[in-house]
Design a protein around this ligand. Sequence first.
Ligand SMILES: [Zn+2]
Length: 142
Amino acid sequence: MKFSVKNDDYVMIIAGKDKGKTAHVKSLDRINHRALIEGDALKTRNIKAVKARRASDKGGRIEQPGTIDVSNLMPICSQCEKPTRVGYRIDEEGDKVRVCKKCGSTLEASKSTARKMDRKARIAAKKKEKEKRAENAANKEE
Ligand SMILES: [Zn+2]
């Protein structure tokens, strides 16, 4: 099966508890179809119990970046700043390149675009909350 995400991609999480957040793909497990992702405030994490083997070691639980099924991820297109499905094209040099299905440009998933999208999502969430509060206040006055 073909993966639409690559190592080092910036992706949008489209399902699960981190839906709507962006993440960075650290590695891919092709056999189990999972991606190791890292991102700000992601809930997708693995807790690993570790035993202290030496006196200097700290035992307990350590948090690690988590893995997620690759089908829950979509690469972010830097051109249209949206998560997108992926198409393929052969470029002038005969190399197979990924293209954004939305805008047709060569797919480039950059960190800055992911950051921008995170910021937008935060602003949208804040706005929603504000509206909700205003609505509640209005209801109280009635
Ligand atoms: Zn695009």
